[in-house]
Ligand binder design. Structure first.
Ligand code: PAF
Length: 281
C-alpha cells in the first residue's frame, strides 16, 4: 500500500487507475483505526476496484473544549492495518493541504436543519467541520463510492444530505456498527475509559435495546426516553440525550408512530463522551 501526503500525488495515482477504467471506493477516517474501520475498508473493497483511505484528524470538527490535542495519532499502526485489509492507497494530508487558507479562512459547508439537533445541538459547529472536510476530501479523491459507519448515524445522514443537495457524484454506503462482545460499539474513544468505566459502558447498548423493547410494547416515546435517561443516570453516566427519531431525517415522530425509527444516545462517563444508536427495524 502506498501512502501519499499531497494532493498532486494523490490525483496522479487515481488518474492512473481511472485511465484503466477502474472504480474507486473511499473510506475517510481520523486514524487510530480499529476493526470497525477495517470493516468499512472491506465493504469498499467488495464494491470497488481500488480502495483509498484517508487519515486526517480534522481540526474544524472539534470544539474548543474537545479532545483534538489528545486524539490518538497512530499513523504507523494504521498503515499496517490498512495494508492488511488490502487498501490500495492512504492519503494522510497535513492541515495546510486541507486548509490552504487556514481553518478560519476556509469555505465552510453548513447543512441546515439536520445539524441543529442531537449532536449538532451539543457540539456547535461540529457538523460544519465534518461536512466541509468530507466535501474537500471528495473533491480530492473523486471516488465512485464512499463508506461511512452507522455508528455515527447523524453524521451519515448529514453526508447523505450534503451529497444529494450539492449533486456530488458519489454513492454513499452505510456500514453496520461493529460491537464488542458485551455490546459496546467499537470507537477510538473507548480507549480513554478506565477499566471500571469500560465495564459500565456496555449499558449504553443495553439501554438502546430497552428503549426499542418499550416502544415495541406500545409505550409512549417520552416514557421510553425518560426510563432510559434514568437508567443511565443511575448507572453513573451523564446523558446528553436519549432520543427516538425518524431514521430518515432525524425528525421527531408523532405519538404512536412505530415504523422507521432509530434510538440515539450520547452520554459521558467521566471525561469520555460516548455515542451509539439502534435502528428499530
Ligand atoms: O467519522 C470520522 O472519522 C470523521 O468525522 C470523518 C468522517 C473522517 C471526517 O473527519
Amino acid at each position: 500500500m502506498q501512502t501519499v501526503q499531497d494532493a498532486a500525488a494523490l490525483r496522479a495515482v487515481i488518474r492512473g487507475w481511472r485511465s484503466q477504467g477502474q472504480t474507486v471506493g473511499f473510506v475517510p477516517t481520523m486514524g487510530n483505526l480499529h476493526a470497525g474501520h477495517h470493516s468499512l475498508i472491506k465493504l469498499a473493497r467488495d464494491r470497488a476496484d481500488r480502495v483509498v483511505a484517508s487519515v486526517f484528524v480534522n481540526p474544524t470538527q472539534f470544539g474548543p473544549n474537545e479532545d483534538f490535542a489528545r486524539y490518538p495519532r497512530t499513523l504507523l499502526q494504521d498503515q499496517v492495518g490498512l495494508a492488511e485489509q488490502d487498501c490500495d492507497l492512504l492519503f494522510a494530508p497535513e492541515v495546510a493541504t486541507m486548509y490552504p487558507f487556514g481553518a478560519a479562512g476556509s469555505v465552510s459547508i453548513h447543512v441546515p436543519q439536520l445539524t441543529e439537533t442531537l449532536e449538532g445541538a451539543h457540539r456547535p459547529g461540529h457538523f460544519d467541520g465534518v461536512a466541509t472536510v468530507v466535501c474537500k476530501l471528495f473533491n480530492l479523491v473523486q471516488p465512485d463510492l464512499a463508506v461511512f459507519g452507522q455508528k455515527d448515524f447523524q453524521q451519515l445522514k448529514v453526508i447523505e444530505r450534503m451529497v444529494r443537495d450539492l449533486s456530488l457524484p458519489v454513492k454513499i454506503m452505510a456500514a453496520p456498527t461493529l460491537r464488542a462482545e458485551d455490546g459496546l460499539a467499537l470507537s477510538s474513544r473507548n480507549q480513554y475509559l478506565s477499566a471500571e468505566q469500560r465495564a459500565l459502558a456496555s449499558q449504553i447498548y443495553a439501554t438502546l435495546q430497552q428503549v426499542r423493547d418499550l416502544i415495541a410494547k406500545g409505550h409512549a416515546r417520552t416514557v421510553a426516553e425518560q426510563a432510559a435517561t434514568s437508567k443511565l443516570l443511575r448507572a453513573g453516566f451523564e446523558p446528553d440525550y436519549v432520543a427516538i427519531r425518524r431514521a430518515e431525517d432525524l425528525s421527531e415522530p408523532v405519538e404512536g408512530e412505530r415504523e422507521g425509527l432509530v434510538a440515539l444516545i450520547a452520554a459521558r462517563l467521566g471525561s469520555t463522551r460516548l455515542i451509539d444508536n439502534l435502528l428499530f427495524d
